[in-house]
Design a protein around this ligand. Structure first.
Ligand code: FKS
Ligand code: ZN
Length: 343
């Protein structure tokens, strides 16, 4: 299987995020992708390729022009305001109920308008890394369209929390949604399976009113897990999209036996949808020793996950999302891909 990777993610390295009432060391760090890349090489998964540049058009198909404009200039505006040596940009005020969104205001107004959390800082290299992650996902999509059975988009920063006009949850642009929309624009019918521990609120919102893209997510119940405000079981799609959204929130400490049942259910729904391609938001933070999550999957369970996904018998694009246990991340990521390739 081909892996797509770009070194520009190394320049996106905010050292801290604001969480739990304090600045705390970032968990979404460059070493995540570097370790996975090394493991892809070690286990000879296939070639590691640089992405092609798809330009801004595929991004504009999914994201609001104001968000894109802001992300492109946020770091510069922030440093003009707070100085060259200022820490990464993090919002400190939001247009919550009754307040007015200000997409053309100063940098603080625009940060508050477009960000939904304090865990997604912007540094100088963020925009280039976010663009490269999109190109990585699109290059994977193009490989699938060209006839590959599977491809791995080793993207960073992740994407599934970013909606049309919001960034957050370590995500700036929604890599998998942009790839799914690209498939639609190529005349193909995509389904998305999101196995990250966190609900992909951004991906869900982007396709919520549409029947041409199915979104299925397995995740920690938002009653205790981030993103807290979306991802409940009663969100089934709206309007033309009614029935094209499936959320399977699960309890704390969910292990493989329960997880496998939910995965089978999701794949049944995907098969019934009869897509041309499957896109997988591949988050590995369901691991038992993940530092920010509360599921109990074990190393070997990820081989089963890959085999189970392969049984759907669809051309499959894996897009990297979360996963924060650096000692296990590389092994369990490639376990899924290996399991798929052997399944
Ligand atoms: C837990 C705090 C949670 C934010 C978690 C973001 C998760 C991001 C992710 C992605 F795939 F996007 F990277 N803070 N105490 O894993 O879903
Ligand atoms: Zn996650």
């Amino acid at each position: 299987m081909k892996t797509f990777y770009a070194a520009s993610h190394l320049e996106h390295a905010p050292g801290q995020e604001f969480e739990g009432g304090r600045l705390t060391p970032a968990v979404e760090v460059p070493a995540r992708v570097e370790r996975v890349r090394a493991e892809v090489e070690r286990r000879k998964l296939g070639p590691i390729l640089a992405p092609e540049d798809f330009g801004m058009a595929p991004i504009a198909r999914v994201h609001d022009a104001g968000l894109v404009q802001f992300l492109g200039e946020a770091s510069e505006l922030w440093h003009k305001r707070y100085g060259e040596n200022a820490p990464p940009a993090i919002p400190s005020a939001w247009p919550a109920r009754g307040l007015r969104e200000r997409p053309v205001g100063d940098v603080e107004s625009r940060l508050g308008t477009y960000a939904f959390d304090t865990a997604t800082p912007i540094v100088k290299g963020t925009w280039n890394a976010a663009l490269a992650a999109v190109n990585i996902a699109l290059s994977g999509a193009q490989a699938i369209k060209g006839g590959e059975r599977a491809a791995f988009a080793l993207a960073r920063p992740p994407g599934h929390h970013a909606s049309a006009d919001l960034f957050g949850g370590y995500c700036y642009l929604n890599n998998i949604a942009i790839a799914a929309q690209w498939f639609v624009d190529q005349g193909l019918k995509p389904a998305i399976l999101d196995v990250d521990y966190h609900h992909g609120n951004g991906t869900q919102s982007i396709f919520y009113n549409r029947s041409d893209v199915l979104y299925c997510s397995l995740h920690g119940d938002p009653s205790f897990a981030f993103p807290h405000f979306l991802g409940f079981a009663d969100e089934t799609g709206a309007g033309a999209g009614e029935g094209a959204n499936l959320n399977l929130p699960m309890a704390m400490y969910t292990d493989w036996s329960h997880y496998a049942e939910a995965l089978a259910l999701a794949l049944k729904r995907i098969t019934a949808f009869a897509p041309d391609v499957l896109l997988v938001s591949l988050g590995l933070d369901t691991f038992e020793a993940d530092p920010i999550s509360r599921f109990k999957l074990k190393r070997e369970d990820y081989l089963r996950m890959g085999e189970t996904i392969a049984a759907a018998n669809l051309p499959t694009l894996f897009v990297f999302e979360g996963g924060y246990n650096l000692d296990a991340l590389a092994e369990i990521t490639v376990n899924v891909l290996d399991g798929f390739a052997g399944g």
